[in-house]
Write a protein that binds this ligand. Structure first.
Ligand SMILES: CC(C)(COP(=O)(O)OP(=O)(O)OC[C@H]1O[C@@H](n2cnc3c(N)ncnc32)[C@H](O)[C@@H]1OP(=O)(O)O)[C@@H](O)C(=O)NCCC(=O)NCCS
Length: 192
């Protein structure tokens, strides 16, 4: 189905993706309490540069749901859930830019800080990137991050992202993933 809100007339980005331990699905109003907690947690937002949390109040949340969730047929904001019967939400990501067939830009958090370092972000990006590249309608994925965000950089390197560009006087970098780099990294990891 073509997303009527998209200006590139391509099919929507993948809407539901499952991996070994995770389910990625569109964000819903029922996820509000998780999203608000994560976005307002300075521990989650500080590595990306927002040291005081995003301070979303209930009105901000309502407006966010009106913009990105209500009355939409296809979605660009997704929740990452553990793949168990309760599908507990642990993080979220969104399509920050969609310039297919060239590139899709993403931004991602694992909101449950107690679950950091267990490979959940890596698994999210690997599985979503594979689904996105499967369409043959997306040549690359880009992520921007602070250059002192060592955890995010390490996680991206594991998936196969490479530094494309350093900017803002050396404070930020853009990392890029191509289908070839994703497959090469996967093959190398599988070979041990
Ligand atoms: C960045 C973030 C998404 C990573 O999530 P995660 O599920 O912990 O990531 P993973 O477990 O897949 O990978 C983290 C990697 O960083 C490593 N790491 C952990 N602490 C680290 C540190 N202080 N310095 C360097 N690397 C570190 C981990 O060991 C792991 O690498 P490994 O697989 O070689 O062991 C998560 O920490 C987060 O939400 N941070 C706040 C928001 C943010 O920075 N978003 C990214 C913007 S692009």
């Amino acid at each position: 189905m073509i997303d009527p809100t998209s200006n590139n007339h391509l099919p929507p980005v993948p809407q539901r993706v499952e991996s070994e331990r995770l389910v990625i699905r569109p964000s819903t109003r029922a996820d509000g309490r998780y999203l608000q907690k994560w976005w307002n947690d300075p521990n989650v937002t500080a590595p990306a540069g927002n040291v005081a949390g995003m301070q979303y109040d209930d009105t901000d949340m309502e407006e966010w749901f009106c913009r990105y969730v209500d009355d939409r047929e296809t979605f660009t904001h997704f929740v990452i859930c553990l793949r168990n019967p309760k599908e507990r939400p642990i993080g979220e990501f969104y399509i920050a830019s969609d310039d297919r067939p060239g590139c899709v830009g993403l931004a991602l958090i694992i909101g449950e800080t107690g679950l950091w370092g267990q490979g959940y972000a890596r698994e999210t990006l690997r599985s979503y990137a594979a689904a996105l590249f499967d369409s043959d309608l997306c040549a690359a994925i880009r992520l921007d991050m602070r250059r002192d965000n060592a955890r995010a950089i390490r996680m991206c390197e594991h998936v196969g992202f490479e530094v494309e560009h350093i900017w803002a006087n050396g404070q930020f970098q853009t990392m890029i993933l191509t289908p070839e780099a994703l497959h090469l990294k996967h093959a190398t990891a599988a070979a041990g």
